[in-house]
Ligand binder design. Structure first.
Ligand SMILES: Cc1ncc(COP(=O)(O)O)c(C=O)c1O
Length: 389
């Protein structure tokens, strides 16, 4: 049997990885500034992560969601505290698409409606409702087109207000920083405008934090950049001003272990059988996620993401070729005047550095582990300088 050939591949075969470094089968070392689509949050094979997974595997790796699983409860409690989202309940699954699929399904159950609002250039995954809410006709099969999704321009208040004339929407799904689309962001005013309208109309607001969550943007969740300090004095009250009803998570959550989930606001009630999955929330997935949370705290990685993001932005100013630096924390992109596919290839083969692409073909994405150092950023810009000539 051969592989179903859906992925265009670079000719690199990593066989080991440590921190931000990958080593290929010929012993060549690469710097990983992409983390395999924004997945590696605390570095490859972090010792604490490896030990926690090994210890868990020695005890019990998996059982289904029909038994008591204290490590899931431990994780829910730790995640609530780390994210300042203690008014939410956790449902676990296995990927970002699955998280959004469950979020949309739950919104539909909750409201008994079926239409969804998403935004231009959105990416929410490749499964049924998630792909229908993804702004890319090439990955929507005829079977996905039965979902009714309205795509609106980001930051267009008028278009959003007009859509609110309808009473048929169950959900608005929104990335606080667009990942695959190319790092465009809703303004704070727009985020708050959406949140207020959703509250008023009883529409479920879904914050897709699959890529931007777990500290990548410099806050635990990227929507938390839009908390309004003017409106209310305490963090908890502030959260209320842009409080999503559901928050979807995956990617950096497991640092490579396939795990996803949704945080469901306590105003949305659970009932037996409403959602379910065989693998979701298994012991190993919980151990991986707890290890990530522990390292984020122990190494103060949200602070590092902010500081190094600012350092990256300063360094980028030295390059006339860079038109714009986009993003927050260590969820960053460099926009050039030209398409970057060739530059990205040269960075891999000549400079041995992984970076990412986006739907915006002029954008080079930079999504390293949150514990990189200034030296790594200097090395990136040295490599970039060599390739720009
Ligand atoms: C914002 C966002 N949501 C959802 C997904 C889908 O995640 P997965 O590939 O784990 O299904 C992605 C993947 O890139 C993403 O960036």
């Amino acid at each position: 049997m051969k592989l179903f050939d859906v992925y265009p591949l670079y000719d690199v075969t990593p066989v080991s990885a440590k921190g931000i470094e990958l080593t290929d089968d010929k012993g060549k070392k690469y710097l990983d500034f992409y983390g395999g689509h924004a997945v590696i949050s605390i570095g490859h094979s972090h010792p604490h992560y490896v030990n926690r997974l090994k210890e868990q595997l020695d005890k019990i790796g998996f059982y289904s969601n029909s038994i008591q699983n204290p490590i899931q409860k431990e994780l829910a409690s730790a995640l609530g505290k780390a994210s300042n989202c203690e008014a939410y309940n956790l449902f676990m699954c296995n990927s970002g698409a699955e998280a959004n699929e469950n979020a949309l399904k739950l919104a539909s159950f909750h409201t008994q409606k079926s239409k969804v609002i998403a935004f231009n250039n959105s990416f929410h995954g490749r499964t049924s409702a998630a792909v229908a809410a993804t702004d890319n006709p090439n990955i929507n099969a005829p079977i996905n087109k039965q979902q009714e999704v309205t795509f609106l321009p980001l930051n267009d208040f008028e278009a959003f207000e007009k859509a609110m004339d309808s009473d048929e929407y169950c959900a608005v799904i929104l990335e606080a920083i667009q990942g695959v689309g190319g790092l465009d962001e809703p303004t704070t005013q727009f985020y708050q405008f959406i949140a207020e309208h959703c509250k008023k109309k009883g529409i479920v607001l879904i914050a897709d934090e699959v890529q931007s969550g777990f500290g990548r943007s410099g806050k635990f969740f990227a929507f938390q950049h839009h908390l309004d300090p003017e409106r209310s004095p305490t963090d908890t009250e502030r959260s209320r001003s842009v409080q999503p009803d559901i928050i979807s998570i995956a990617k950096g959550m497991g640092n490579g272990f396939p795990v996803g989930g949704i945080l469901v606001h306590e105003s949305i009630k659970a009932s037996y059988g409403l959602l379910g999955t065989t693998f979701g929330g298994n012991h190993l997935a919980c151990a991986a996620t707890l290890a990530v949370l522990e390292v984020l705290k122990e190494e103060d990685l949200l602070v590092n993401a902010n500081e190094l993001g600012s350092y990256f932005k300063e360094k980028a100013k030295e390059f006339l070729e860079i038109k714009k630096v986009k993003g927050k924390g260590l969820m960053l992109g460099l926009e050039f005047e030209f398409e970057v596919a060739d530059l990205r290839k040269r960075l891999i083969y000549n400079q041995h550095m992984f970076t990412g692409s986006a739907k915006n073909k002029k954008l080079l994405r930079f999504l390293p582990a949150l514990n990189i150092t200034k030296t790594h950023i200097d090395l990136f810009f040295e490599g970039l300088q060599k390739e720009l000539g």
